[in-house]
Design a protein around this ligand. Structure first.
Ligand code: AMP
Length: 105
């Protein structure tokens, strides 16, 4: 599948990885909009929120728990940060592999 984030997950394209577990990877956005700008990405290819299935419920929970861990690791957890998700072209989504933007600092 010709998906940029799948290639990052498979280490075919380099990324500045902040943390990684069995089901989720967190790496720095290549074009940061704030001092801290991370992308929290499930390893399973799900194109967008619109393609999330019942069977993905646990994974979506993992996604948020991993976002919280990443926020702690980069030092914005207590101060606060923003999580945002673009859905579809009209929602500003450019990469069609589900991801949460983590912005702070
Ligand atoms: P979205 O508009 O939600 O689809 O956001 C996609 C994000 O991916 C943008 O903020 C881009 O800067 C970011 N991005 C694109 N290519 C890369 C890359 N190779 N490594 C890290 N982030 C990337």
């Amino acid at each position: 599948m010709d998906c940029l984030f799948c290639k990052i997950i498979k280490k075919e394209i380099p990324s500045k990885t902040v943390l990684e577990n069995e089901s989720v990877i967190v790496f720095e956005d290549i074009n940061p909009k704030m001092p801290v700008h991370l992308l929290v990405v499930p390893k399973k290819h799900i194109a967008s929120v619109n393609e999330i299935k019942e069977e993905d419920k646990e994974l979506i929970g993992e996604l948020f728990l991993t976002a919280k861990q990443a926020a702690e690791k980069v030092g914005v957890k207590d101060k606060g940060y923003k999580l945002s998700v673009h859905v579809g072209e009209g929602g500003g989504q450019e990469i069609f592999h589900l991801h949460i933007h983590l912005l702070g600092g």
